[in-house]
Design a protein around this ligand. Structure first.
Ligand code: NAP
Length: 277
């Protein structure tokens, strides 16, 4: 558990994504999310874009809303002043709750940022959201946003971050750390393209994992949450996968582990544009 940006709230470093969940086996998805919560992965990430996900999460959090840190997102095309408020109210209805812990702009679109920020502030005043943040914002977008937002907002930026895509470490992560925002990494397993055990990187992960009695994916999650500002939201629709991911919270990598991972999955050059999925 660690402080989530400027919020007076402890949030687990490893949470749960829900994109494309429950499409094949809804019962398994419900069990996976519930097991994840029981094992401490109480940060639940959803979005109006993830068809069926908010309804699935509603079922999972029914009767235990206070145990979870609930995040949803508005689509950029809906992010006008009135559109954002309407989208949030619809998400709350689908989630069968009266409030979100954080509401995000899913990515920057054509609506003026001032309008989205005004709507977020209204939603905060009305108690429908506790705080707001953004997703897929590059450092220059964040800087533009900072000029429009009050201190302490945005509380987070949710961006693509996995071992083979560390681009955000160049400018986005430093921006978040300077301004006290949490950085939530999405697709920590490359959205299903995790390094093969036969690849050089996969072998490095396996060696480190064996030394800790852990798994390569647990090593990856521990690396991706190695700073106080870093959070991650793997998606697991299998209950066993959820349990494996939750247990990564107990894994502490050594300085030597970290430097081996840095060499096996090099940072690369600063990206011209922010990497997204
Ligand atoms: P991901 O978490 O990188 O990978 C999910 C894949 O990894 C699934 O196939 C899952 O299988 C598998 N997996 C999970 N845990 C595993 C384990 N312990 N062992 C083996 N396989 C395991 O992919 P993601 O869904 O793209 O990203 C995670 C979340 O980030 C999303 O669900 C969403 O909430 C968020 N996201 C946000 C954005 C954005 O624009 N803000 C974009 C993309 C994603 P099973 O499902 O079969 O368990």
């Amino acid at each position: 558990m660690k402080r989530f940006g400027p919020l007076d709230r402890d949030v687990p470093a490893i949470g749960q994504g829900t994109w494309q969940m429950g499409r094949d086996d809804r019962a398994a998805a419900l069990t996976a999310l519930r097991r994840g919560i029981e094992l401490g992965m109480t940060h639940i990430d959803t979005a109006e874009m993830y068809t069926g996900s908010e309804e699935l999460v509603a079922e999972v959090i029914a009767g235990r809303r206070d145990e979870v840190f609930l995040v949803s997102k508005v689509l950029p095309q809906n992010a006008s002043r009135r559109g954002t408020i309407a989208a949030c109210e619809q998400s709350l209805r689908r989630l069968r709750t009266s409030r979100l812990d954080v509401y995000l702009l899913h990515w920057r679109g054509n609506q003026p940022l001032e309008e989205t920020v005004a709507a977020f502030e209204q939603l905060e005043r009305d108690g429908k959201i506790a705080a707001w943040g953004v997703s897929n914002f590059d450092a220059d977008d964040l800087e533009e946003l900072r000029a429009l937002a009050r201190p302490g907002r945005p509380v987070c930026n949710q961006v693509l971050y996995h071992l083979e895509e560390r681009g955000i470490e160049h400018a986005v992560l430093p921006w978040c750390e300077t301004h006290g925002a949490a950085l939530v990494g999405y697709s920590p397993f490359g959205s299903g393209r995790f390094p093969s055990p036969r690849s050089p990187g996969g072998k490095t992960l396996a060696t480190i994992a064996a030394a800790h009695g852990a798994t390569p994916r647990q090593v990856a999650l521990a690396f991706l949450t190695r700073h106080p500002s870093l959070f991650t939201i793997p998606k697991a629709s299998s209950p066993d996968h959820a349990a494996e991911n939750a247990a990564a919270a107990n894994l502490e990598l050594t300085a030597s582990d970290l430097s081996q991972i840095e060499s096996a999955f090099p940072l690369g050059k600063p990206p011209r544009t922010l990497p997204t999925l």
